[in-house]
Design a protein around this ligand. Structure first.
Ligand code: NAD
Length: 260
């Protein structure tokens, strides 16, 4: 049922977003992918998504801190494909430091990318979804949308914000055949997680192995990282017809972290 739908996925040149792109392409969706990285690698990804799945895949380089570029991202999908059916808000960054040492410009960047971009992309996409009478919005939040950890003030604040915005948007479009949900992963093995390990080790005075076992997986009852494919499979379910009555929900995929 997702064949020929149009999906925009922010932050899809890497990690979880790339996983969403691969899963949606396999279902026959046409895609607009987005994110930063090496231009040649992004072009290889774009081509392989298109050719391996017989779909059209465009790349748009919108910076998620810039509302006018987010508007252009959504307008490009509309101009090229005639609308937007699925919006996956996924772009995100992390920075770890105690509040009294937290660089204010990093606070602003995390709020812009991890939270405000979700507002902007939804405000430009919802009218297009209403026009087509169907829509699915999946926001990648985090276990940190539900609970906190020290030294992640901006990230925790932004992800709690995404949870609230997801619920609000869901109520606003509930009668329009549009669902809005958030996925709340614990730790997923991606470049973002890998990059946090040295910083966390430094700020907590631990070895990198201790960070993995005693910090990242400390709260996961299963003691496992989730995989990108598992997160993407949950997103595909939320996009399916079977999920039409699931809206405004926070879907945990955290090995039991937030059950405690
Ligand atoms: P990642 O670093 O692999 O991917 C992040 C993506 O966002 C990349 O494509 C990057 O280019 C893009 N991006 C960053 N800044 C951008 C900007 N200003 N404009 C446009 N794109 C930008 O990270 P990931 O682990 O795949 O994370 C994806 C999402 O999942 C994030 O929102 C993150 O907070 C969330 N998340 C990740 C985990 C985890 O354990 N990996 C857990 C919970 C939530």
């Amino acid at each position: 049922m997702l064949k020929d739908k149009v999906a925009v996925i922010t932050g899809s040149t890497s990690g979880i977003g790339e996983g969403y792109a691969r899963a949606l392409a396999a279902k026959g969706c046409n895609l607009v992918i987005n994110g930063f990285g090496d231009a040649a690698e992004i072009e290889t990804l774009r081509q392989s998504l298109a050719e391996e799945n017989g779909i059209t895949c465009l790349y748009h380089n919108a910076d998620m801190t810039k509302p006018d570029q987010i508007e252009d991202l959504i307008n490009t999908a509309d101009a090229e494909f005639g609308g937007v059916d699925i919006l996956m808000n996924n772009a995100g960054i992390q920075f770890v430091a105690p509040i009294e040492e937290y660089p204010p410009q990093t606070w602003d960047a995390i709020i812009a990318i991890n939270l405000s971009s979700v507002f902007h992309s939804m405000r430009f996409s919802i009218p297009l979804m209403k026009k087509r009478g169907w829509g699915r919005i999946v926001n990648t939040a985090s276990a940190h949308a539900i609970v906190a950890s020290p030294n992640k003030g901006a990230y925790v604040a932004a992800k709690h914000g995404v949870a609230g915005l997801t619920k609000t948007a869901a109520l606003e479009v509930a009668r329009d055949n549009i669902t809005v949900n958030a996925i709340c992963p614990g730790y997923v093995w991606t470049p973002l997680v890998e990059a946090q390990i040295p910083d966390t080790a430094k700020s907590r005075g631990m070895t990198e192995e201790e960070v993995i076992n005693d910090v990242m997986l400390a709260a996961a009852a299963t003691k496992k990282f989730a995989t990108i494919e598992q997160v993407a499979a949950l997103a595909m379910f939320l996009c399916s017809d079977a999920a039409e009555n699931i809206t405004g929900s926070l879907q945990s995929i955290d090995g039991g972290w937030t059950a405690q």
